[in-house]
Design a binder for this molecule. Structure first.
Ligand code: AMP
Length: 404
């Protein structure tokens, strides 16, 4: 019987960061990527767009200081020049903060824009970029459905015991101050894929997923649902990251202001941009550079790696409290998918929970390869699972469009 291939269901996925824009056109039928790229250093001296199309890589230099709006214009021209808008059924936007209002992906309308605007006071840099991305896409693709997929949505299943801070309750009721968590789309995706890999239903799986990229977060997933996560009101909380401190003593604020005359903006820069792996190593925020330097004997690079792994292992162990029993620890994100050094270090620190690292499988699971990296017949399992947030966004957008 001849089979007919399904109609193309192309979704333009836009992920606007504070100074970057990741984009892709993905066929929601099968995940095939038609074009993908990254605009970076937006608003800086030398912004550029790199993209991959038909197997070729191209770089477009933007004029100095050009930012999201210009990058999106260039992208739209690129799409139209190659007739890539022909099969577009939707634009899917990654939105960092959905507050408490958004528990799943939604079709964007005026109410949704108002909701995102309200929530963006909780993550101003990202929120502003997300809103710009939405308005530019609406202006460029008139009539095309736009869908918002929230980084916070997966974590809306947390109980108040996990999400409330021990602060005056009014800060929560009047201003929404609480733990929200981020990277939800990634944690959700790798949990589903790991359940498939282990051949068990995700609704009956207990996982701890470690998304380790430039930003890093750990999530406790009980019966397929997020029950706790390390990021908080903002993406600054939790474990050590590339340039972010993760959790610190909040008393530091008083010390820095009264003893060292820092103002709020300087403290924000210190914690978000000058800390983490970069702050400790005084060398780089890039994990590859740190690992190479550590091997070559750079003491602070070694220390940065040790602190990163120790804090990560401690966070994972803490999540045994809500989970009680664990099927697998999942590593994902640029570091989680590629750094066998960090994975082995963390697994060894967690040997008391039953973990054991299989060195060969650990080395094999790099550069986009998934795999079980714990020794055979040991439990819990340790798994490397490449994330694919763009694919989740494309699927959610296509499913919402189907319902229209
Ligand atoms: P992401 O934000 O997910 O793109 O992850 C970026 C981080 O992944 C950076 O710190 C990179 O240094 C790190 N990374 C990428 N490849 C490797 C690798 N082969 N070994 C160690 N870290 C890596």
């Amino acid at each position: 019987m001849p089979t007919t291939s399904p109609e193309p269901q192309h979704v333009l996925v836009l992920n606007c960061g504070s100074s970057s824009l990741k984009f892709a056109i993905i066929d929601a039928n099968d995940g095939h990527e038609i074009i993908s790229g990254l605009a970076e250093r937006l608003g800086d001296k030398a912004p550029s767009i790199k993209y991959k199309f038909n197997g070729a890589k191209t770089v477009i230099d933007l004029a100095a200081n050009q930012a999201h709006a210009e990058a999106i214009n260039t992208l739209v021209n690129l799409i139209k020049d190659h007739n890539l808008d022909e099969h577009l059924i939707a634009v899917g936007h990654r939105v960092v903060h959905g507050g408490e209002h958004f528990t799943k992906s939604v079709l964007i309308d005026e109410d949704v824009i108002n909701g995102i605007t309200k929530a963006s006071s909780l993550a101003p840099l990202h929120g502003h970029a997300n809103l710009l991305g939405i308005s530019s896409a609406q202006a460029s693709f008139i009539g095309l459905p736009q869908v918002a997929v929230f980084d916070t949505a997966f974590h809306q299943t947390m109980d108040e015991v996990a999400y409330l801070y021990a602060l005056p309750y009014k800060l929560y009721t009047d201003y929404g101050v609480r733990r929200y968590g981020m990277h939800g789309t990634s944690h959700y995706y790798v949990a589903g894929q790991t359940a498939k890999l282990l051949n068990q239903p995700v609704e009956k799986s207990n996982f701890i997923s470690a998304h380790l990229g430039n930003g890093c977060s750990v999530t406790a997933i009980k019966n397929g649902k997020s029950v706790d996560t390390s990021m908080g009101l903002t993406p600054l909380a939790g474990i050590v990251m590339g340039t972010r401190s993760g959790d610190i003593d909040p008393g530091l604020f008083n010390f820095l202001t009264t003893q060292l005359s820092y103002n709020a903006q300087q403290i924000d820069n210190l914690l978000n941009q000058e800390s983490g792996l970069l702050g400790i190593s005084e060398l780089s925020n890039d994990c590859r550079t740190i690992e190479e330097a550590a091997v070559a004997g750079h003491k602070q690079a070694r220390l940065a790696l040790d602190i990163f792994c120790y804090r990560l292992a401690k966070q994972i162990a803490a999540y045994m409290v809500p989970l009680q029993c664990l099927d697998a620890l999942i590593f994902t994100g640029g570091i989680g998918e590629n750094s066998d050094i960090i994975r082995e270090n963390v697994i060894n620190q967690l040997a008391f929970l039953g973990f054991s690292c299989n060195q060969k499988s650990n080395l094999d699971a790099r550069f986009g390869n998934q795999g079980i990296i714990s020794s055979a017949n040991t439990s819990p399992k340790a798994v490397v699972m490449p994330t694919n947030e763009e694919w989740v966004i494309a699927l959610d957008a296509a499913n919402i469009v189907k319902e229209l």
